[in-house]
Design a protein around this ligand. Structure first.
Ligand code: X2X
Length: 336
């Protein structure tokens, strides 16, 4: 009886015990990105970290590791590291995670998504939700979509206007196989390498061409590494995911989870605004001012590239999920 009274007295002083004790938080959480600020992708990651610190009163302290330095610079290993909790959080490109999540290849289908507005609708639709579910099922909690941008074609040799111009050109592509297929279909000679390896390969002329958002072209001064010609062909717009490792996510209180989610949504919305500058006309002018030739394709010229890659879209339908692709096409058609 005495013990019970003492226990009740102690409870009155301390208050009720928490329902489930939280695992101790880490002193620092590691967030991975491929590129640093001032690329919007890197800016978005820094902003997310800042907002999380604010919204959790410093309980969750995030440090950004650009250059995928947590996985030795190999962006194709980022998703697996995130699943395993070796990386705590990431702002990652769908391109780099699509080997582990086949549905993410949807956004890499050449000439599927016509413009940023259509992409926004696609991501907000049940198709976007299903893709997020596929990510969740693999042990990564997706919180918000960002945008790396429209990936334009650059090369060291000449203005490219038609698929034939790419014949025999060595093109750096990211690790995802659909990119190799696309450039093979166009008659080029694609070679897979990380972003870190791409810079010296372009500088030495080991490769002739690559594809990247225009703002990245400018910030990384790619005109100084032989990339004198840009073709605006808008074949792929690359979304980003703001995401957390599930084993890490589970250690946070519901309040902190909500704060991290709200911070991701805000940082991603801001990041998209910044990123869309990379395709706008003022950025094109800035690139031209570097002495770069910028080739704009007519609708007919663009159609020639789209037709040349029809087989790629056909082959990848089943790998991605034919039903998902069909639903995506319906959303995109409605957006036109
Ligand atoms: O490697 C690239 O091309 C980059 C930086 O855009 C991605 O990680 C997809």
């Amino acid at each position: 009886m005495k013990v019970l009274v003492a226990a009740l007295a102690a409870l009155a002083v301390l208050g009720p015990m928490p329902v489930a004790a939280q695992t101790a938080y880490k002193a620092e959480y590691k967030l991975s990105t491929v590129v640093p600020a001032p690329i919007p992708w890197g800016v978005g990651a820094e902003r997310w970290a800042e907002l999380v610190r604010e919204k959790t009163a410093g309980r969750i302290n995030i440090k950004v590791y650009p250059g995928v330095s947590l996985v030795g610079g190999d962006q194709s290993r980022e998703f697996t590291a995130l699943r395993q909790g070796i990386v705590d959080l990431a702002v990652g490109s769908t391109i780099n995670w699509s080997a582990q999540v086949p549905q993410l290849n949807l956004f890499s289908m050449p000439f599927l998504v016509p413009d940023q507005e259509a992409l926004g609708r696609l991501l907000a639709s049940d198709v976007g939700e299903e893709v997020k579910r596929a990510v969740s099922e693999r042990g990564v909690v997706p919180l918000a979509w960002g945008e790396n941008g429209s990936r334009e074609l650059t090369n060291s040799r000449m203005p490219i206007r038609k698929p034939d111009d790419l014949k025999g050109m060595k093109v750096r592509v990211v690790g995802s196989p659909i990119y190799g297929d696309t450039f093979t279909a166009l008659g080029a000679n694609p070679t897979q390498m990380s972003w870190a390896d791409a810079q010296p390969a372009l500088a030495t002329g080991a490769v002739d061409a690559q594809e990247t958002p225009l703002l990245g072209y400018k910030i990384f001064k790619m005109h100084q590494i032989n990339q004198k010609h840009v073709t605006l062909w808008g074949y792929v717009i690359d979304p980003l995911l703001f995401a957390v490792s599930e084993p890490v996510w589970k250690t946070w209180s519901p309040e902190d989870q909500a704060a991290v989610r709200a911070a991701a949504e805000q940082a991603a919305a801001e990041e998209i605004v910044l990123s869309r500058r990379s395709g706008d006309e003022s950025m094109v002018k800035e690139v031209e001012a570097l002495g770069t030739t910028v080739t704009r394709l007519s609708d007919a010229e663009k159609a020639a590239f789209r037709d040349a890659t029809a087989g790629v879209r056909q082959r990848w339908r089943d790998r991605i999920g034919a039903d998902l692709v069909t639903r995506a096409e319906a959303v995109l058609a409605a957006a036109r």
